[in-house]
Design a protein around this ligand. Structure first.
Ligand code: BV8
Ligand code: ZN
Length: 256
């Protein structure tokens, strides 16, 4: 099963979506901020926006939808999550679900990384504009002046958020793997995306064309909902746990 998620799955964690009523882009235009030109023109303003988002998301927890998906992934390795989100909440949910049970006598083997593809990067990683070095980064960003912006420890160049901006190409191996998984999927579960941004939105279309059952979970119909075999209107945090149930209650689609 391939799961494609968008900002809507994190709405119930308190992360603003992009195009909703309280959307991130109400106050800012995507073209203004999530582009290389914007960063070249005004890196301080772009870092102010990303620093604000990083601080906001750092205070958000995975919700019942993220956790239900993580439990399914723990039970069945052939559940693959492809997310457009840069909030890191799928990874956080995986860590919660796969943490050794408290008092279970300490660390079992570290849980292998889940089959999780972050198409658009992460708020919690920086990339050096000089040497390209990527680093995990969770600290508060001081965007009060050009001089206080984060710089590379290795070469001194300005760091940027390690996210994919509009007009930038996604990591080719992530895109190739995502479409390969979509081609082979028995089911494609789409959760909380307006299905506007490309190439992410095409993953669901490729899966459906290759014969996957397409299920769309959203609080409102999108261009994808009509093409879906099943459109479940409602909040992800309510619908996804009910849809997936607890692992073991039922086999994943495409098996048996
Ligand atoms: C590329 C990282 C080319 C940064 C993001 C036509 C004109 C102009 C440009 C284009 C065009 N066609 C295609 C393009 C290119 C462009 C694009 O797609 N533009 C769109 C706007 C038309 N794409 C690109 O530029 C991509 N790169 O094409 O490169 C290229 C090719 C080769 C070589 C060189 C270059 C790069 C796109 C990546 C952009 N980066 N994010 C950041 O986050 O700051 S995209 C950004 O939008 C986020 O990642 C976000 O996830 C994503 C998509 O939005 P959604 O996730 O769907 O969120 P949204 O708010 O829109 O919708 C939320 C949904 O949830 C709604 O439907 C709502 O109803 C629902 N919902 C709300 N609450 C809930 C809920 N559902 C369930 N439960 C709830 N509680
Ligand atoms: Zn560097």
């Amino acid at each position: 099963m391939v799961v494609l998620t968008g900002a809507g799955i994190s709405a119930d964690s308190g992360v603003p979506t992009f195009r909703g009523a309280d959307g991130l882009w109400r106050r800012h235009r995507a073209e203004e901020l999530a582009t290389p030109a914007a960063f070249a023109r005004d890196p301080r303003l772009v870092w102010e926006w990303y620093g604000w988002r990083r601080a906001l998301v750092a205070g958000c927890d995975p919700n019942a939808a993220h956790l239900a998906l993580a439990r399914w992934q723990a039970a069945w390795p052939e559940v693959h999550i492809i997310t457009q989100n840069v909030d890191g909440l799928h990874l956080a949910a995986h860590r919660i679900v796969s943490a050794p049970a408290a008092g279970a006598g300490g660390g079992g083997p570290p849980s292998e990384e889940p089959s999780l593809y972050e198409l658009h990067g992460s708020l919690f990683r920086t990339r050096c504009t000089g040497c390209g070095q990527r680093r995990e980064s969770r600290e508060v960003v001081d965007a009060s002046s050009l001089a206080s912006l984060p710089r590379c420890a290795a070469c001194g160049s300005l760091l940027r958020p390690d996210v994919v901006w509009f007009g930038e190409s996604l990591e080719s191996e992530v895109v190739e793997r995502s479409f390969e998984l979509a081609e082979g999927a028995a089911a494609c579960l789409v959760i909380g995306t307006s299905a506007v941004v490309q190439p992410a939105a095409s993953i669901a279309a490729v899966a459906a064309r290759a014969g996957a059952a397409l299920v769309d979970v959203n609080i409102e119909a999108t261009g994808l909902s009509q093409a879906a075999d099943l459109f479940l209107r409602g909040r992800a945090a309510e619908i996804v746990p009910r849809l997936l149930g607890e692992p073991g209650e039922r086999e994943p689609p495409g098996r048996g």
